[in-house]
Design a binder for this molecule. Structure first.
Ligand code: ADP
Ligand code: MG
Length: 474
């Protein structure tokens, strides 16, 4: 084969980039160094064992499909792993034809240095007082977190924690609920209130996914000590969506040590989860057993009165006026979660300003009908309808689908819109292509393939798509 390993890998990267988020691409694929191409075996070098395991767990199918695409059905990928802290390298051979990793460990010197060394965010200049960005969103306060029976314990627990961080029995404070019911909002409210009352305290809000990515970068750059020290200096640590750590054994272990250290030093921990902690699968028992030390409480779907109160507050803050009748109507008909309630208001306002129509109860009903179509979801849906939902979901104006851009978000939105149009509408590929940014039928075909391959290989992507499909069938 005449092709050069650098060229082949470059092509692979293009496909991978289309199929992963920017963040994952930067974390997991950019640092890979293509080493050689022997026949149909492409060797790539990864920075550590952990890195290799992560790729194997999350991206092996994507890698396999991509490799086969460019190297033919017998294409194989071989990893060369740079050992942590030594300069030894060993090889892991992954046959391109199975997803089971057959590991072949062969001692071998490192072919080339892994030069990339991103700036380490955790270097601490030996000072006690730490100036950090708390990553708090000023829009999510206690003032606009409306209290109801559904959230009273969590809200009050959060307030107590903010008043006396680390000094109540609510440590850790664990808040769990389904999606869109206010966990993230409450996290920010706790952080902001703590900072307001205790400006001297170091507060940090971090998503478990971000924590994981930082851990990985630190591990790759051999900065784990700095990473751990950084977290040990936080007074109030708020970790959102802890379920993301499931199965990530090494990250959990590090989090466990940070948790213990902070807890022993009377620092406050606030953790959210999408499930009751003991229902979280693949989490370390040791970590779970710590969670019962504090207060675990849930957020439920608010009742109609609370939903009305939330709606009125949001409308007021956005300078939108709706009659009581409409507010009541919306509050009693949207029963899934609060994010959806907000979604309905946004479409309502968008529609009314677009058509220059006043928001009447009729218009509200029409818009809501779209949301509540679940009862007869086998109805034919139009490509336009799907495009609107998908673009809405990714907050991209529909016109952008026609842009010639490699921006991941736009490419992904277009591909998903095409895939779902093929699945749910009766339109031809050509017609779908025309409506989704004036593309031809081959592009639609490629998009459908890309999306379905990714569905096979990426769990988070599956969850996201299910979320969008749910909106389409509503
Ligand atoms: P989760 O993190 O549980 O998925 P979010 O915190 O993102 O949910 O909440 C979804 C939306 O609902 C946010 O815009 C949030 O402001 C709003 N929300 C949730 N609960 C309340 C509440 N009690 N009062 C006002 N807004 C709320
Ligand atoms: Mg959230």
């Amino acid at each position: 084969m005449a092709a050069h390993h650098l060229e082949i890998w470059k092509k692979c990267l293009e496909v991978i980039r289309d199929n992963t988020s920017e963040q994952s691409y930067a974390t997991w694929f950019k640092p890979i160094v293509p080493v050689s191409l022997n026949g149909n075996v492409l060797t790539i070098q990864v920075p550590s064992q952990f890195f290799y395991e992560w790729l194997e767990e999350h991206y092996i199918d994507l890698l396999r499909k991509t490799i086969k695409r460019f190297l033919g059905p017998d294409g194989k990928l071989e990893y060369s792993i740079m050992m942590d802290s030594t300069d030894q390298t060993y090889r892991v051979v992954i046959p391109g034809s199975t997803s089971n990793n057959t590991k072949n460990l062969i001692g071998r010197p490192a072919p080339e240095a892994l030069a990339r060394n991103p700036i380490n965010p955790f270097v601490i200049p030996g000072l006690k007082k730490l100036e950090i960005d708390s990553q708090l969103n000023e829009n999510y306060t206690f003032d606009n977190f409306i209290e109801g029976d559904c959230n009273r314990v969590a809200r009050q627990g959060g307030l107590s924690v903010a008043q006396k961080p680390g000094k109540t029995s609510f440590n850790p404070l664990i808040i769990y609920s389904g999606t869109g019911l206010g966990k993230t909002h409450l996290c920010h409210a706790i952080g902001l209130e703590t900072k307001r009352l205790h400006p001297e305290k170091t507060v940090l809000y971090v998503q478990a996914e971000q924590f994981t990515n930082q851990y990985v970068t630190a591990s790759k750059n051999k900065n784990l000590n700095d990473f751990v020290h950084f977290y040990q200096m936080i007074d109030v640590l708020i970790i959102d969506d802890i379920q993301f750590l499931a199965k990530k054994t090494l990250t959990q272990e590090t989090f466990f040590h940070i948790f213990n250290y902070l807890h022993q030093n009377n620092k406050q921990l606030v953790i959210t989860s999408d499930k009751f902690p003991s229902d979280l699968q693949d989490m370390e028992k040791r970590l779970m057993s710590r969670f019962v030390w504090g207060l675990t409480t849930d957020l439920q779907m608010p009742d109609v009165a609370t939903r009305s109160a939330i709606l009125k507050d949001k409308l007021y803050h956005n300078g939108i006026q709706l009659s009581n009748e409409i507010v009541e109507y919306l509050a009693s008909n949207v029963r899934s979660n609060i994010r959806e309630l907000e979604g309905v208001i946004i479409s309502l306002v968008a529609q009314s300003s677009f058509n220059k129509k006043a928001i009447t109860i009729d218009l509200a009903q029409q818009i809501l009908d779209r949301y509540l179509r679940s009862a007869n979801s086998d109805k034919e849906v139009s490509v336009e309808y799907i495009i609107n939902i998908v673009c809405d979901y990714f907050s991209i104006p529909a016109e952008q689908l026609a842009l010639k851009t490699r921006k991941h978000q736009v490419v992904q939105t277009r591909q998903i819109a095409m895939y779902l149009s093929k699945k749910y509408s009766n339109a031809s590929l050509a017609s779908i292509g025309k409506q989704c940014g004036n593309k031809d039928h081959a592009t639609v075909h490629h998009a459908c393939k890309t999306v379905s391959d990714r569905l096979d290989t990426d769990k988070q992507f599956r969850v996201m798509l299910a979320d969008i499909e749910r909106k389409i069938s509503m």
